[in-house]
Design a protein around this ligand. Sequence first.
Ligand SMILES: N[C@@H](CCC(=O)N[C@@H](CS)C(=O)NCC(=O)O)C(=O)O
Length: 248
Amino acid sequence: MAAHASLPVPTQADTTVLGQAAQSTNSTYKILYFGLHGRGELTRTLLAYSGAKWEELPVDWPTQKEHTPFKCLPVVYETAQDGTILELAESQAIERYLANKYGLYGKNAYEAHKVEQIFSSADGVAQAFSQKIIGVAQDKRVEEANKLYVEVLPKFIAIHEAQLAKNGSNGHYIGNSATLADIKVANLIDRLLFLRPQGANEVPFSAEKTPNLWKVLEKVNSHPTMAAWKKSDRYQELNAGTKSMFKF
Ligand SMILES: N[C@@H](CCC(=O)N[C@@H](CS)C(=O)NCC(=O)O)C(=O)O
């Protein structure tokens, strides 16, 4: 059987019908993404953090590509309680959908906007990191990493430490509970710490230097289902796959 044939077949119905199925709170998920963190990281994190039931589909990209909506990954297949299969695509659209569904998107439109502010600010750093560290020749990586640590991160840190202090230094950007904002930033810090080119300066995040951001990181990573995910064999495989893909 061709590998693409093993992809779930999305239910064909209009968005009103699909939207009703999507209200299901005990859906199960299948994620299709490569064996590295990359653009699948936050989606996997959200599934793990929210305690959803999910599994990974085997990737055979050349045969699957044509069967994905945007010809790229990640794609997530959600099976709702009534059996409806919803196809979720485009990494940030998947992340927002899952965050919304699992109560991680703020309690009102303004809180959702605050979540988006932090998300967008962190994503700017994530993109600079991809372009300047992952996307450059290996012999330029240390120089580019040091520039990012000195020119970009201190500004991000000053702003985010202040915003977190304004919310009471409680390890959350908004109110008293986790949102997509906390989780996005925790993933970003994890990634910056994990992918430090050998020979580069220390990444400027620590409990002493950035106490408020560190608290966010620790709160996200110590959440029970998240901690279990980070300890899992699959997570270690993804760590190894990430380092090998980007030659770290
Ligand atoms: N805008 C898309 C971009 C996805 C994307 O570029 N995915 C890459 C992997 S990170 C991919 O599928 N590459 C394989 C290909 O393009 O054939 C998203 O955010 O989901």
